[in-house]
Design a protein around this ligand. Structure first.
Ligand SMILES: NC(=O)c1ccc[n+]([C@@H]2O[C@H](COP(=O)([O-])OP(=O)(O)OC[C@H]3O[C@@H](n4cnc5c(N)ncnc54)[C@H](OP(=O)(O)O)[C@@H]3O)[C@@H](O)[C@H]2O)c1
Length: 328
């Protein structure tokens, strides 16, 4: 089968990892695994961290990158129950998705409750899963609350905008260009802030009439986290999701004290492993919203498997709007 194989770590674009499309033997399922014929995968910022050997889960070289995919089950291991060849579903695997087939632990594969477009299916488990888990399970976002999303045109960010609207929030989208903000508006954002040109705190004060926001979804970090924390209303929640800006902020702890505020960590992958039933419920909720047309995953670019490296380059060059999908 064809697969994108990484043989040496590196940073796409500057000190490139050694990546090549190769013919490798197809996987066979271990007792607790299923082998899936992949129809589509999607690229995520953590793929870059893994290719540079900076991710919390370190792959052993050589490895096939790609965190998530959608496809049809080809075979199942001897110990697997409830999944059969021909079932369609999605998986979060951390690696292995940029290939024609992958073996995945049966408990990381979720059958789809209704048929959906395979590109939409590949686009939702990680980014939409993260934002939904963050807003529902961690922030307990309520209808009518104000949600501020940083990096709002990225994969996790745009998912946050869409799911925030579905949950009944007023959504303020923050991004680094007018074009990215237009994408956020097209996906439901009520207010837009260009943090490339405007001071973030001042802009939040302006759009909230000085009240501040109830929840911040923060996949960016850097200088924005503290400005956003300082802009929380009483009892507000700052959701710590990621650090694409590169810098992990150090926060003065008087800030949550003064506002009765919460700084809340988010790890969807770990949550869904520790609490598989709750994780599966979230995946099923999102799949149903997509099947009903209430949620349409935002796909900004699509590449065939032989050009999967371009999906990684788009993320690296901060060009992504929504998700980048790799079709097999
Ligand atoms: N905690 C979890 O469970 C979880 C799960 C999945 C992902 N994550 C994390 O969430 C973050 C976002 O992931 P993603 O896949 O949504 O990424 P993405 O699609 O590439 O979006 C990231 C956004 O970050 C902003 N950004 C600011 N500085 C950047 C830089 N130097 N390079 C690249 N982007 C930069 C960009 O928006 P602007 O240009 O508008 O600033 C970009 O749209 C990552 O840190 C990832 O590791 C966490």
């Amino acid at each position: 089968m064809r697969a994108l194989v990484c043989k040496a770590f590196g940073v796409p674009g500057t000190r490139p990892p050694e990546l090549a499309l190769e013919d490798i033997p197809p996987p066979q399922p271990a007792a607790d695994e299923v082998v899936v014929q992949i129809r589509a995968a999607s690229a995520n910022f953590p793929d870059l961290l893994m290719l540079d050997d900076r991710y919390q889960h370190r792959p052993t070289l050589p490895f096939v990158p790609g965190y998530e995919f959608a496809g049809v089950v080809k075979s199942v291991g001897a110990g697997v129950t409830g999944i059969a060849p021909g079932d369609t579903g999605v998986a979060i695997t951390r690696s292995g998705a940029f290939a024609e087939q992958a073996a995945v632990k049966a408990d990381r594969f979720w059958k789809l409750p209704a048929p959906i477009d395979m590109r939409h299916a590949a686009a939702f488990p990680l980014a939409y899963g993260t934002s939904y888990h963050a807003l529902k399970d961690r922030a307990r976002l309520q209808p009518g609350e104000t949600l501020l999303v940083l990096g709002a045109a990225g994969g996790v960010g745009l998912a946050g905008v869409q799911i925030g609207k579905l949950m009944g929030a007023r959504v303020i989208a923050c991004a680094s260009s007018a074009a990215k903000l237009e994408t956020c508006r097209a996906h439901g954002a009520d207010e837009l802030i260009d943090y490339g040109t405007e001071d973030l705190r001042g802009a939040i004060r302006r759009v909230t009439g000085g009240r501040g926001v109830d929840v911040v979804l923060d996949p960016v970090g850097g200088p924005y986290s503290e400005a956003a924390l300082r802009s929380l209303a009483w009892d507000g929640r700052l959701l710590v999701v990621g650090f694409t800006a590169g810098e992990i902020p150090r926060i003065p702890l008087n800030l949550p004290l003064l506002k009765g505020a919460w700084i809340v960590g988010v790890s969807w992958d770990t949550f869904s492993r520790r609490f598989p039933e709750a994780g599966a419920r979230n995946v099923a909720d999102m799949a149903r919203w997509i099947a009903d047309g209430r949620l349409v995953p935002a796909i900004g670019a699509e590449y065939p498997l032989e050009r999967a490296e371009l999906a990684l380059r788009d993320i690296r060059e901060r060009r992504v709007q929504g998700k980048v999908v790799v079709v097999t």
